[in-house]
Design a protein around this ligand. Structure first.
Ligand code: PLP
Length: 476
């Protein structure tokens, strides 16, 4: 008997599945043939699609063919080894296969009992990371704190700010509450305040290396207290988006303790580097921190989405997020012996994202992951040295991780000209940013497959695209 819907048979599913993997393997082999930024115009891709959904089933071969015909022209190749824009959003073979396996299993991990493996693997793998990144032991699932996988660092930060708000007595008006972050903090902090209904997001000055000025932080808190506002939280960045600047976490933490502020750390990008001992100097003071977030989906070869939020004390998080309607009552939950991750974030449903983190860590081993990060940081150092030695450029900021920021000495127009020429070549992708009226080029080295030869090619292209300083009569 045929079912109402004409499903693929298991054999067809196998065949089509192999075809998809073949397609992906070929994509990886030929990725460098494509211009890194997609060059289509707005509407070009939509124009390739029919106006209406098909009435009749189409064969899988037609779907697969449209990856080439419709999708690829509109793809910006984040997985190209010539990707230097924003930060990386890496994939890797074990992560892709884990994503496929998780989709095939189709699990929902909202309660422990809705798939115990989803919860217990997530808890254990995040405990591994506590050790690998040398985070406080109390953040393990066996301690008072714990970790949870969320969709994005923005979600994790919004969640932390809501918890900070809920810790205050109910008669305190959120419109009077204040959250502090530096003028280099990611936009998700301001957005989180808006979503949480927190009235004030106070922007704190930075010093000459773009790290939070803690004296200004102290002054701002006192000023706000003086006018009757209620400081509730401060966010430190380990690796800001523009330049990877690092706030003084321990000093910020001391101020947070003094004023009973929730101290959240945003290490979305740079957290991955903490698997290597030599970078942990940038996260001294974590014992004063209430929550910490980082994105394995940036630089740790786990494909989007996979963010981790740790809290030092899980109680206020669960008190904030837990609502128990009758249909979610559950015998295992009632024992108090299991984690129900639905109480650790906004969504109820949750997929098996821990599988890809687990498979990536096992496939490369901690040592493999460390050498991956170290090599990118080394290559960033090589590029920075060349930039520094070249009279056309000036380094704009320190480069503690894999990001190098620099400008053309002739100013903003010349710098933007270089960025435009690099991207127009189709051979690489970079972006610019600006701080205090100075525009700079950001070269973020960290794509899974970027190696020394790619950085050499980037330097050759940069050399070609960058004019000599105006007034320099040197003949080259
Ligand atoms: N925080 C920092 C420092 C970032 O650099 C970014 C993104 O690049 C984010 C937060 C936001 O990350 P997500 O896209 O996971 O929300």
């Amino acid at each position: 008997m045929r079912s109402m819907v004409d499903h693929m048979t298991p054999d067809e599913f196998r065949r089509n599945g192999y075809a998809v993997i073949d397609w992906l393997a070929s994509y990886r082999e030929t990725i460098e043939d494509h211009p890194v930024f997609s060059i289509v115009r707005p509407g070009d891709i939509a124009a390739l699609l029919p106006d209406q959904a098909p009435e009749d089933p189409e064969p899988f071969s037609a779907l697969l063919a449209d990856l080439d015909r419709v999708v690829l022209p509109g793809v910006t190749h984040w997985q190209s080894p010539h990707w230097y824009a924003w930060f990386p959003a890496n994939t890797s073979p074990p992560s892709i296969l884990a994503e496929l396996a998780a989709a095939g299993l189709g699990l929902q991990g909202m309660l422990w009992s809705t798939s115990p493996a989803v919860t217990e693997i997530e808890g254990r793998v995040l405990d591994w990371l506590v050790d690998l990144m040398d985070l406080p032991q109390g953040w393990k699932s066996t301690g008072p704190g714990g970790g949870v996988i969320q969709m994005s660092a923005s979600d994790a930060t919004h969640t932390a700010l809501v918890v900070a708000r809920q810790r205050r007595p109910t008669d305190v008006n959120p419109r009077d509450m204040v959250v502090y972050a530096s003028n280099q903090a990611h936009s998700s902090i301001q957005k989180g305040c808006t979503i949480a209904g927190i009235g004030h997001c106070r922007i704190i000055d930075v010093d000459d290396v773009f790290a939070m000025d803690v004296e200004h932080l102290s002054r701002a808190i006192e000023e706000d207290l003086g006018v009757g506002l209620i400081p509730i939280a401060v966010v430190s960045a380990i690796g800001t988006t523009a330049t990877t600047a690092v706030d003084p976490v321990a000093d910020v933490g001391a101020i947070a303790r003094r004023h009973d502020l929730w101290h959240h750390v945003d290490a979305a990008y740079a957290g991955a580097a903490m698997i290597c001992e030599e970078f942990r100097v940038h996260q001294r003071g974590l014992e004063t921190v209430d929550s910490y977030t980082f994105n394995p989906h940036k630089w740790l070869m786990v494909n989007f989405d996979c963010n981790v939020l740790w809290v030092a004390d899980r109680r206020p998080l669960i008190d904030t997020m837990s609502i128990l309607p009758p249909y979610l009552r559950d015998a295992a939950s009632d024992t108090g012996e299991v984690i129900d991750y639905r109480d650790w974030h906004v969504p109820l449903g949750r997929r098996f994202r821990a599988l890809k983190l687990w498979w990536v860590i096992r496939s490369y081993g901690a040592e493999g992951l460390r050498s991956f990060v170290r090599e990118h940081v080394r290559l960033a150092g090589v590029l920075a040295d060349r930039v520094q030695a070249d009279p056309r450029f000036s380094l704009f900021a320190p480069h503690p991780f894999g990001l190098v920021c620099f400008s053309h000495v002739d100013g903003d127009a010349a710098t933007l000209g270089v960025v435009e020429a690099l991207n127009r070549s189709g051979q690489v992708a970079v972006v610019s940013s600006a701080i205090g009226g100075t525009t700079f080029i950001r070269v973020s080295i960290g794509q899974t497959y970027t190696d020394e030869a790619h950085v050499e090619a980037l330097w050759a292209l940069l050399d070609e695209c960058s004019p000599q300083p105006a007034g320099d009569s040197t003949v080259v």
